[in-house]
Design a protein around this ligand. Structure first.
Ligand code: C5P
Length: 220
């Protein structure tokens, strides 16, 4: 058995985008690469944790040495997370689609020759982070959310922490000019009950190692 401060501790990490089908061949997605969630899962593994990694269709491969559960949609991700609990800590790094297509086609949608485009209807997806944060029974001791913002990052992330009921929010500015989404670096603000801590810009691997160390310290 390996050692490390998280040896034998079960930690859940979600990562990557979700794909929400429009019809059997088309989907709605987002630009998340899964890089930060993947780095975090690897860093937690390196501290000895028993990691369940629930991942949407990411553009980077999952780390070795973790239990990988592959999903496509937000609803599948929620089911996989619920099946993976209990865990001592749960880190929600996935960029989950807020909406799914309510009138997704069972068959491929076809042009009907009328010149009219189809109208998509949307339904709200379950909020996985909020659902797990509010569990009356079996809530992980530490629940961490991410907040990708493009403006007033600390205010929005602080409000998000309260709204979702999680313990920490890792906030970052994903404005296109930062190059963070899909890039190798991240500049995060860690929001806890003690306030906001701005970390210097560093590689996503370094952010992951520092976060993993903080998680290990918080679990004791
Ligand atoms: O509300 P917003 O999507 O900005 O919240 C981001 C945080 O919530 C992330 O930690 C993300 O993984 C999580 N989330 C979730 N389920 C959703 C939407 C977001 O777990 N449906």
């Amino acid at each position: 058995l390996g050692g490390g401060p998280l040896a034998g501790r079960h930690v859940l990490v979600t990562s990557g985008p979700t794909h929400e089908p429009i019809d059997p061949v088309r989907y709605i997605a987002n630009r998340s690469s899964g890089a930060q969630g993947t780095a975090l899962a690897a860093a937690l593994r390196d501290l000895g944790a028993d990691v369940t990694f629930v991942t949407g269709p990411a553009s980077v491969p999952p780390p070795a040495g973790v239990r990988v559960v592959r999903v496509e949609t937000a609803r599948e991700m929620l089911a996989a997370v619920e099946a993976a609990l209990p865990a001592e800590a749960a880190i929600f790094a996935a960029a989950v689609a807020d909406w799914r297509v309510a009138n997704a086609g069972v068959q491929k949608m076809k042009k009907d020759g009328s010149g009219r485009a189809p109208a998509l209807e949307f339904a709200e997806n379950p909020d996985i982070l909020a659902t797990v944060s509010r569990l009356a029974e079996g809530r992980p001791r530490l629940v961490v959310g991410f907040a990708a913002e493009t403006e007033t990052v600390v205010d929005h992330a602080t409000a998000k922490r309260a709204r979702k009921g999680c313990d920490w929010i890792v906030a970052n500015d994903v404005s296109p000019a930062t190059g963070i989404m899909g890039g190798a670096e991240n500049a995060v603000v860690l929001i806890t009950d003690a306030g906001a801590e701005a970390w210097p810009r560093m590689g996503k691997d370094a952010v992951a190692r520092q976060l993993a160390a903080r998680i290990a310290a918080a679990l004791g």
